[in-house]
Design a protein around this ligand. Structure first.
Ligand code: PRP
Ligand code: ZN
Length: 285
């Protein structure tokens, strides 16, 4: 029987959440990322802990079958791999930033300037598209210190909370790309590995759906049930059960996180009381 090999980041912004995703898919992984690989106990999956920058290449070369990494690295490395699914965590952006004290009056600021980055491909095509003539100083890490040591006038780097820019006296002036964790796969998966990937994907989608939705319970007078059902479509339609108190019912449904507060306001206006909202662990449509 075959084993699917998944590459995840060994240490950094993505590593904890990648492991957490596998765990919430019910995959039991022995503790610690001290060794380079680990075998899951209850799913034919081997985990390879690698630098995220190297994951596209390893997946292209089939050292790993699939990988979890930032979209930014996938687009930068341009390897022959398939993008399977956006995973909805580790959201960040690739941005241009300059020293805080500088006046910024638009992209033309960067004409004849030097920009330090670990993303020369993405930055290069962006500058070309925008007709900006700047020189790109490619460096592997600690890009944020480049302006203060005189290596560059600005930087192009990943911004997440913004604290790296803040502590280095820089300000974000232009977003180039929005990024999040994605699942990639080799273009040469055997049929049995593709089947394992499909099983894993099924679980990942159930987890993602669950995270984006909440289970909601409320009480309402029977006269308000029709209006409340219109506000709460649920997976099919809401469950309505009579309460011991005459003329009242309990209504159960699922709401999307994005519409959440808006829905709650409407429910209250429609006559809902005692609203409870609880997390969902897995959701299979
Ligand atoms: C990025 C970037 C900064 C940090 C920004 O590194 O290079 O160091 O994240 O995050 P903040 O806005 O929350 O301070 P990344 O995690 O991509 O690490 P890597 O380049 O070393 O893989
Ligand atoms: Zn990296």
């Amino acid at each position: 029987m075959s084993t699917l090999k998944i590459a995840i980041q060994k240490k950094g912004r993505l590593s904890e959440k990648s492991l957490a995703l596998l765990k919430s898919c019910g995959i039991n992984i022995p503790n610690g990322t001290a060794s380079l690989t680990a075998k899951a106990k209850n799913f034919p999956l081997e985990i390879l802990y690698l630098r995220d920058d190297d994951i596209p290449q390893y997946v292209e070369q089939q050292v790993a079958d699939i990988g979890i990494l930032g979209l930014n690295e996938v687009l930068e490395k341009q390897k022959d791999v398939r993008q399977i699914e956006a995973l909805g965590f580790s959201n960040c952006r690739l941005s241009l930033a300059i020293p805080k004290a500088q006046n910024y009056d638009g992209l033309s600021y960067f004409n004849n300037k030097r920009i330090a980055t670990s993303y020369p491909e993405i930055l290069g095509s962006f500058l070309k598209e925008q007709n900006i003539l700047a020189s790109i100083e490619e460096i592997g890490g600690s890009v944020e210190i480049a302006p203060s040591i005189g290596l560059a006038d600005g930087i192009c780097d990943i911004v997440s909370s913004g604290s790296t820019l803040l502590t280095n006296g820089l300000k974000e002036v232009q977003v180039i790309l929005k990024s999040e964790a994605v699942l990639i796969a080799s273009n040469q998966l055997s049929e049995s590995k593709q089947q394992l990937l499909d099983r894993l994907l099924f679980r990942m989608r159930a987890v993602k759906n669950a995270e984006q939705n909440k289970y909601i319970l409320l009480n309402a007078p029977n006269t308000a049930i029709a209006a409340i059902s219109d506000i709460l479509p649920g997976m099919k339609s809401p469950t309505v059960m009579p309460l011991a108190q005459e003329g009242w019912s309990s209504v159960h449904s699922v709401v999307n996180e994005n519409d959440f507060w808006q829905v709650i306001d409407k429910l209250k206006t429609a006559g809902a009381q005692g609203i409870l909202v609880v997390p969902i662990q897995k959701m299979i449509a």
